[in-house]
Design a protein around this ligand. Structure first.
Ligand code: UD1
Length: 417
């Protein structure tokens, strides 16, 4: 079992370049199933989740050639509409192929995605959307089967602005007959990226980034395009917090400041010095920062994917902070591990009360999910001595070249088995 050994206490200084966004490339890879022609994706991050999605596409008969950050995809030979349970189990986001397969072939069969450590994560909103478009959904023996010979555009009101449901319904509606309107749609930047990608392929979608999205069905999509994925806003936010908790000085390049506005606003409120322009953000730490209250919300609210990292910052703040998790019901598993490092946190229902301490101390801790893992690495970097982080398979899902990026910034980190 591999572990990360972190000798904390170094101020991180220098330049870090942000990779392509995990949560943008995954739906875009799924959306490429709609295309009848080859295409090239650029800025593809080398992450375990991306490798799994590549395996899913290949299992369906797509030819994939991945070289550096470019991925050539040829979906013209798709010969299956079924994803094997072993691949579905490896990553919940595999469910994003459902909308595209249904849209292009009129059928899809996948195994029921289970719950995961951060919450139960049902699929009801995705399936309600497919049904509204005219599909029949069957769920038996642990499989979900969706069928429809001719999808027809519909008005769909989401009970909650689910990111995955918005994306799956958008993909299913691209080739449907007539117009689909999604109300209370998710507004995350990754939805805009998906719209831009699909429109470049030949789809007719408007409104992504707002809460009403309109998809006018077309007969086919498949221009031979090159498309560059947006930079990862959660990776950006994680390095912003890394600069703050180590009282460092980091210039973050290849990022979109507007996408991390909810994070920037909170860090500034805490007293962290942040400058930004076009495609960079410069974060300079201060000696001590203020406590604050944070509530996770759908975009443009504070992202749940930054909650754990923010908790590390607030563990070292002056005063008591309250963090309320509104998106996932079980997303405080890092609390126990941060306590091992000396943090003073108690959980009361959906809120965590964080009393700031002067120092964190190194400990042996275990990542239970991707962002919890990132938080433990940040805790280790900020702590006085040595931290050992286990459960690295979670971190490998979403942080490209974490070791080398941190080392260049002056962190003392090594990986050992
Ligand atoms: C995506 C992101 C994930 C992020 C999350 C919230 C990807 C690949 N993953 O996940 O990193 O943490 O958005 O920003 O983009 N829900 C239902 N029924 C449904 C669908 C969702 O009740 O049919 C609930 C979920 O259980 C959860 C909430 O809605 O409580 C938000 O989930 P959703 O926005 O769908 O997240 P994901 O798309 O799975």
């Amino acid at each position: 079992m591999e572990r990360l050994i972190i000798s904390g206490g170094s101020r991180l200084k220098g330049v870090v370049t942000i990779s392509g966004a995990k949560n943008a490339i995954l739906p875009i890879l799924a959306a490429s199933l709609l295309s009848e022609s080859p295409l090239v994706l650029e800025g593809v991050p080398c992450l375990d989740d991306v490798k799994i999605m590549k395996d899913v596409l290949q299992e369906l008969g797509v030819k994939v050639n991945w070289d550096g950050d470019a991925m050539e995809i040829n979906p013209s030979g798709i010969n299956s509409t079924e994803v094997s349970p072993s691949l579905m189990r490896m990553m919940r986001a595999s469910n994003l192929v459902m909308g595209a397969l249904l849209g292009r072939f009129g059928r899809v069969r996948v195994s029921q995605p289970g719950g995961c450590t951060i919450g139960s994560r049902p699929m009801d909103l995705h399936l309600k959307g497919f049904i509204a478009l005219g599909a029949e959904v069957g769920q038996k023996h642990g499989f979900i089967e969706v069928n429809c010979a001719n999808l027809e555009g519909a008005e769909i009101h989401l009970d909650f602005p689910s990111v995955g449901a918005t994306e799956n319904i958008m993909m299913a509606a691209v080739l449907a007959q007539g117009t689909t309107i999604i109300r209370n749609a998710a507004r995350e930047p990754e939805i805009i990226d998906l719209q831009n990608f699909l429109n470049k392929l030949g789809a007719r979608i408007k409104g992504a980034g707002l809460d009403i999205i309109r998809i006018d069905g077309v007969l086919k999509v498949g221009r031979e395009i090159n498309y560059r994925v947006i930079p990862d806003r959660i990776e950006t936010g994680t390095y912003m917090v890394a600069a703050a908790v180590t009282r460092g000085d980091i210039l973050i390049r290849n990022t979109i400041p507007e996408h991390v506005e909810p994070i920037t606003a909170k860090l500034r409120e805490a007293g962290i010095d942040i400058k930004e322009k076009e495609d960079w953000i410069h974060v300079r730490g201060v000696d001590r920062w203020n406590a604050l209250d944070v509530r996770t919300m759908p975009f443009p609210g504070f992202p749940t994917d930054m909650q754990a990292q923010m908790m590390v910052l607030l563990s070292l703040a002056r005063g008591t902070s309250i963090i309320t998790e509104n998106i996932f019901e079980n997303r405080f598993q890092h609390v126990g591990e941060l306590r091992r490092m000396g943090a003073l946190i108690r959980v009361e229902g959906r809120s965590a009360v964080v009393e700031g301490v002067e120092h964190l101390t190194g400990a042996v801790v275990e990542a239970t999910d991707l962002r919890a893992g990132a938080a433990l690495v940040l805790g280790g970097l900020a702590s006085d001595n040595t931290t050992i982080v286990e459960g690295l398979q979670h971190i490998d899902r979403g942080y490209e070249k974490l070791m080398s990026k941190l080392s260049i910034l002056g962190a003392k980190v090594r990986r050992e088995s």
